[in-house]
Design a protein around this ligand. Structure first.
Ligand SMILES: CC(C)(COP(=O)(O)OP(=O)(O)OC[C@H]1O[C@@H](n2cnc3c(N)ncnc32)[C@H](O)[C@@H]1OP(=O)(O)O)[C@@H](O)C(=O)NCCC(=O)NCCS
Length: 148
């Protein structure tokens, strides 16, 4: 089994993660937006690396008063289906449990069946919908929540 490390996001990751955002999303986070999270006390941003230190993917979350909101989960196309997102989510859920958070929640496009399958493996369940949440293309946001 390939070794995947999960580490805290640092300034050294930011440019590569902005590139990953561009590859994955129609409204990508910018380098400045990611860098701002380095000094945000409510942010929990973690990066998956291979044994050689290459960035495979990342996850970003904000937690306030025990309520955790995942902003993004993204893995480089060439690194998918190797367990990187699973390693990131396992790390994130373990952290939220250790902090005695009440829940972790996120929005996902209903058409993103791969991501939904990933979240369901971790026990996330549908908790509602946000109408026309996404743009370009427009789509509802499915709210998935994991109660801890
Ligand atoms: C969704 C995403 C983060 C998954 O990352 P990943 O590292 O490939 O995920 P993992 O390898 O940990 O997959 C774990 C499980 O999730 C499910 N899964 C992941 N991607 C899937 C896909 N494309 N189709 C079906 N199931 C999928 C599978 O059950 C998989 O287990 P398996 O490989 O043993 O079958 C990645 O495809 C991605 O970055 N997509 C573009 C960005 C995105 O949509 N992010 C989510 C926004 S809410």
């Amino acid at each position: 089994m390939e070794k995947i490390k999960v580490v805290a996001m640092t300034a050294a990751h930011v440019a590569e993660l902005a590139r990953l955002e561009q590859l994955c999303f129609s409204e990508p986070w910018s380098e400045a937006g990611l860098a701002a999270e380095l000094n945000n006390e409510t942010a929990f941003f973690r990066v998956a690396e291979d044994a050689g230190g290459n960035v495979l993917g990342y996850v970003g979350m904000h937690c306030v008063a025990g309520e955790c909101y995942i902003d993004n989960v993204a893995v480089f196309p060439q690194a998918r289906r190797r367990g990187a997102a699973s390693a990131l989510l396992a790390d994130l859920v373990a952290w939220a449990k250790a902090k005695e958070c009440a829940f972790v929640t996120l929005e996902v496009r209903p058409s993103n069946t791969g991501a939904i399958a990933l979240y369901e493996k971790f026990g996330f369940a549908e908790a509602g919908r946000r109408r026309r949440f996404y743009r370009d293309p427009e789509e509802d946001g499915l709210i998935l929540t994991l109660n801890l």
